[in-house]
Design a protein around this ligand. Structure first.
Ligand SMILES: N[C@@H](CCC(=O)N[C@@H](CS)C(=O)NCC(=O)O)C(=O)O
Length: 238
């Protein structure tokens, strides 16, 4: 089997990975034990690089086209897929062993993805402030330009407010987890829902200052650091 190719955003952190959406397919590929290589793209070059390989653009909230990563290329089938959720769906159909949508849960988890994002979205500008610190100057500029459309500058003005919103979001996520017995979102069944949760936590852990990550780790009895560690172990990415 030829290695699959994952396109991800480069940062100046050791190991490069930082971005939550490409983290999702990385967890899936590793969980399923599929061979893969990562091609690192500057945030500022996403559009030119994805056009060059013939990837399909994604859609902005207003319906306009935008080139995004992750993109997955599978030389075994010729598939070239844009969007983390479509990549997850493709991998599950093409490589069904070690399911990530157990008990026919794909439709439900498709709804979980934006519902989970809505919990943390109000606090994102404080995380973007940290993200631009680990990008090259060109990519930092490009991230600011592309995200100020929906998150107006200045990004660090309501810092305390953002932390309160983030804690509130995770309190809600904790209530969701408590609805079932077992450590995963679906009780005893590991699923792509846990990968979604872990991918954002990984982003926070990678870009935040140590005391900021410790703060998140202290919420809900240490649940979030534990979930991230459990998912990394389950996917053999620890
Ligand atoms: N719904 C998409 C979102 C992907 C996305 O927004 N990717 C960001 C990086 S995490 C991106 O490529 N942004 C490029 C831009 O906004 O210009 C997915 O899940 O793959």
């Amino acid at each position: 089997m030829q290695p699959l190719v994952l396109y991800d955003i480069v940062s100046n952190l050791p190991g490069h990975n930082v971005s939550p959406n490409p983290a999702k397919p990385r967890f899936v590929l590793s969980y399923k034990g599929l061979p893969f290589v990562t091609l690192w793209v500057e945030y500022s070059d996403i559009s030119i690089a994805m056009r060059a390989i013939g990837a399909k653009p994604n859609k902005r909230q207003d319906g306009s086209d935008v080139y995004t990563v992750p993109v997955l290329s599978d030389p075994n089938t010729g598939a070239l897929i844009t969007d983390s959720l479509e990549i997850a769906s493709y991998l599950e159909k093409t490589y069904p062993e070690k399911p990530i949508f157990p008990n026919n849960s794909e439709s439900l988890i498709r709804e979980f993805d934006p519902a989970h994002f809505r919990l943390i979205q109000p606090a994102l500008k404080s995380i973007f402030v940290r993200t631009i610190e680990v990008f090259s100057p060109a990519s930092a500029k490009s991230l600011i330009e592309s995200r100020t459309m929906d998150i107006p500058l200045p990004w660090d003005e309501n810092y305390d407010e953002d932390w309160a919103l983030l804690e509130k979001g995770y309190n809600t996520a904790c209530e969701w987890y408590q609805k079932t017995h077992g450590k995963w979102f679906m009780g005893d069944a590991f699923s792509y829902a846990d990968i979604i949760v872990a991918s954002y936590l990984l982003w926070f852990k990678r870009v935040l200052k140590e005391d900021e990550w410790v703060r998140i780790s202290s919420w809900n009895g240490g649940k979030w650091a534990q979930i991230l560690a459990d998912v990394e172990k389950e996917c053999k990415l620890a």
